[in-house]
Ligand binder design. Structure first.
Ligand code: GLC
Ligand code: GLC
Length: 810
């Protein structure tokens, strides 16, 4: 069952029924000001940091879900309705929500009046613009009232919900014509204000929540809207809100356009006030003046569209399956960009309070979008590297506003350091910008303690080598990629975190995944070292890689698949000897990507074992059998009910590692089969089972042991986006940036006839046509660049701004 459809031409997902199985959302904003918006106009806005600069209020886990947002109400001769259906929930005559690239347009129609609200955050601006279009399709003149509504958050999203004894007394606003200013705490240390502006001078307003709703009404039926009488209330403590009342007359056939601007402005300390107690609104007014006419708003929206056209032109595929096209050309790239902007911070599943940007997450997210905006990737790499500590370990998370590591969670997740090599190497392959290696970057944000970026990579490598256990394999620390495999914290206390509860010294438990990461990315380090004249470093690490491969072959192979780990007692994890959790996906993925034990066919055998034990029709589960009880020595992984999250759920993030492994041994049919099982556009028809948005990946799909097998959760902010993009574009379609050029090495189902890709690479454009006349899965037999046959399959970089034809025959 579906709840809408893809509009590929406009790059939109069109939702035609407001009652989606879960809120289906979109993200607005590309730089510093952001909003989340659902298909019924729920959501909130923030500036840069969803914890410290929350602009509008949102109540998570509400009943019903997704109650709260920036809303409009129309009172048309006593009938009260909302164009997004919610919050009034009056039955509409027509409803359609179009989620597009950084904008959402929702249209509702009732009794011959159509109202479209299109929301977006203009480029380079700290505000959200709402374009409202009213059309009178009836044959009678309409005299309606239009009410806007937003509820202010008192800036710090955590304190806002928490510190009520203070909060209920501090709310302050100022009203200047059509603009309502929120200025809570501005009198003291804050230098920022938020505002909500109506382009049409309103007939009335409200800023006090209780005056607007009445004490006993809710979002569906605010007293002011029901009575059609704004109170012109001025908030004085309690909960400040912003609502404009516009009284509008529309003739039959007439269209009227309004613009609302919700924004954020900062004033320097010595320019905070225009008079004692009166905020200086100059900067806010300047911002408003850029967007307050319908024409200005339309121009800003078009600029945003051109921005996306230009970005996405960097990678486009023509293929016989439109589901593949829409994933690759639009939605997967879009999700990568959103994930880059938001980390794991703010979505409908991440509350914007707990977590900032993760170290490993950020580095992996970079893999998915650095072809889009390499300059911003560069800065992000330097920022994240600056949170690394001197011994190579890393803060597990950091806050985007302060760019500082989070002390609450600390470090010692021993896979973290290695991921920095992944992002740096991918960045240089894409850009050829070797200077980045020589950038001076602090350790632990301390300007007096610095090294080059290359030094940071060396510390990463050394951190693994300095922390090896009894089998010569890397010590796992608090966890490796799987945050919930906690082999050193034996937690018996429900009031502590599984990961930070300290009980073991950590000198025994080893991770085969980290060993594989070390081998895979260690090889990239060696290349970086060799190519930047650091042969000594290269030689030393190459030797360590060989030792590590030997250690995995000797101590990390279980007979038919790779082991997962050794626990604190030196017992195997992920072995046929275990009662539960006999085989895990992570080590099968990365060990086969790293091609460990190839002469003994370990990669192929491990991948066969994945197919046999872990693959389901909804994706590949993390491990089998699921844990049916809590294992003290394994930690949080066994805390989840079977089939959910890290306890044998389908963690979409690492399914692509198996796809990539399959392509390395030439099984394009298997790789693409796994791809289709989790790719959301391929699951659109089962939206009633899958439940999250059919246009973006979710972190998890419930595994086969779960009561709700096939149901997805935690959509949008997940490393799944980047890794699936890497798997499909670089390994299945097979267009891979390398230091010496663009490698073309597709690995596809034998029955594909071919496909065409347009890709931007280091300033030049390539049109790559792949044909498969012999029906094979892998191996180019001939590659031509602009008509001339080349040796091998690496297309050397061509001059900037040239168009180049590459023909590949498999
Ligand atoms: C979450 C975390 C990620 C971790 C994964 C598995 O997605 O953001 O860092 O690797 O869970 O535990
Ligand atoms: C929990 C989650 C895991 C996530 C981690 C982040 O352990 O289960 O998925 O990565 O929290 O700290």
């Amino acid at each position: 069952m579906r709840f809408g459809h893809f509009d590929d031409k406009n790059r939109e997902y069109v939702i035609t029924d407001p009652r989606t199985p879960l809120p289906w959302i979109n993200f607005l904003g590309t730089q510093e000001f952001f909003s989340l918006i659902s298909n019924t106009s729920g959501g909130y806005s923030f500036y840069k940091d969803a914890l410290y600069r929350r602009i509008t209020r949102y109540r998570y886990n509400n009943l019903p879900l997704d109650s709260g947002g920036k809303y409009f109400y129309i009172n048309d001769a006593g009938t009260v309705w909302s164009p997004a259906w919610k919050p009034a929930q009056t039955e509409l005559d027509a409803y359609e929500c179009r989620h597009g690239l950084s904008y959402t347009s929702i249209r509702g129609e009732k009794n011959g009046l159509s109202c479209t609200q299109r929301s977006f955050v203009p480029l380079d601006a700290h505000c959200e613009v709402q374009q409202l279009t009213l059309e009178n399709n009836s044959d009678q003149k309409k005299e309606i009232s239009l009410y806007s509504f937003a509820e202010w958050c008192l800036w710090n999203a955590h304190d806002d919900m928490n510190n009520l004894q203070r909060n209920l007394s501090i709310g302050e606003v100022e009203i200047h014509g059509g603009t309502i200013y929120h200025k809570t705490e501005y009198r003291e240390r804050r230098n920022h204000i938020a505002f909500y502006h109506s382009s049409r001078p309103p007939e009335g307003y409200d800023t006090d929540r209780e005056s607007f709703f009445g004490m006993y009404n809710g979002l569906a039926n605010p007293q002011v809207v029901m009575d059609d009488t704004p109170r012109n209330s001025v908030a004085d403590g309690w909960s400040p809100v912003a609502s404009h009342c516009n009284r509008i007359t529309i003739a039959p056939g007439e269209t009227k356009k309004l613009v609302f601007v919700l924004g954020y402005a900062e004033n320097p300390d010595d320019e905070k006030w225009s008079a004692p107690g009166q905020i200086n609104t100059t900067r806010a007014e300047e911002l408003i003046a850029q967007f307050s006419t319908p024409e200005q708003a339309e121009t800003a929206w078009k600029q945003l569209q051109s921005y996306w056209d230009e970005l996405l032109a960097g990678f486009q595929v023509e293929h016989h399956d439109d589901r593949l096209e829409r994933m690759v050309n639009t939605w997967n790239q879009y999700q990568c960009m959103v994930t880059y902007n938001f980390g794991r911070s703010a979505s409908y599943y991440e509350t914007g309070i707990g977590r900032g940007l993760g170290f490993r997450d950020t580095n992996q997210d970079l893999l998915g979008f650095l072809h889009l905006i390499p300059e911003r990737a560069r800065q992000r790499i330097l920022d994240v590297a600056a949170t690394q500590m001197e011994d190579g370990s890393c803060y597990h998370q950091y806050q985007p506003l302060t760019k500082r590591g989070n002390d609450a969670i600390g470090g010692d997740f021993n896979d973290d350091p290695i991921w920095l090599i992944a992002s740096v190497s991918a960045y240089i392959r894409e850009t050829d910008d070797w200077d980045i290696l020589e950038e001076v970057v602090p350790f632990q944000n301390d300007p007096d303690n610095t090294g080059t970026l290359f030094d940071h990579l060396t510390r990463s490598v050394e951190h693994v080598l300095n922390n090896r256990g009894p089998h010569g394999l890397p010590l796992i620390g608090r966890a490796d990629w799987n945050d919930c495999l906690n082999l050193n914290s034996f937690s018996t206390n429900p009031d502590e975190s599984f990961q930070t509860a300290d009980s073991k010294e950590g000198k025994t438990a080893e991770s085969i995944l980290i060993a594989a990461l070390f081998i895979y990315y260690g090889r990239e380090y060696v290349e970086l070292a060799n190519r930047s004249s650091r042969e000594t470093d290269a030689g030393r690490v190459l030797k360590a890689i060989t030792e590590m491969e030997k250690a995995v072959e000797e101590h990390g192979w279980d007979g038919a698949w790779y082991l997962r780990a050794y626990d604190d007692s030196g017992n195997k994890v992920g072995s046929k000897e275990n009662e539960e959790g006999k085989i895990f996906i992570e080590s099968q993925g990365f060990c086969s990507m790293a091609n460990i034990g190839a002469d003994k066919e370990m990669p192929r055998r491990a991948l066969d074992a994945v197919g046999e034990h872990l693959a389901t029709k909804h994706g590949i589960v993390l491990h089998q059998p699921a844990f049916t009880r809590y294992y003290l020595n394994l930690g949080e992984i066994s805390s989840y009910p079977e089939g959910y999250k890290e306890n044998a759920g389908i963690f979409c993030h690492n399914n692509p590692w198996i796809m990539i492994g399959e392509t390395l041994i030439g099984r394009g049919d298997k790789a693409y089969d796994y791809y289709q099982r989790i790719a959301p556009a391929f699951r659109e028809e089962i939206s009633d089972l899958h439940r999250t948005e059919p246009y973006v990946y979710s972190q998890m799909i419930a595994g086969k042991d779960a009561g709700r097998h096939g149901e997805a959760k935690n959509s949008w902010l997940t490393g799944t986006a980047a890794w699936n993009f890497v798997a499909i574009t670089q390994h299945i379609l097979g267009i891979r940036p390398e230091f010496d050029g663009l490698r073309v090495d597709p690995c596809i189902p034998a029955d594909w006839k071919g496909f065409t890709i347009q890709r931007r690479f280091r300033g030049a454009r390539y049109i790559i046509t792949v044909s498969n006349p012999n029906g094979v899965m892998k191996g180019p037999s001939e590659v031509r660049l602009n008509g001339d046959k080349i040796d091998g399959n690496i297309v050397p970089p061509q001059p900037a701004d040239t168009d180049n034809n590459v023909e590949v025959i498999l």
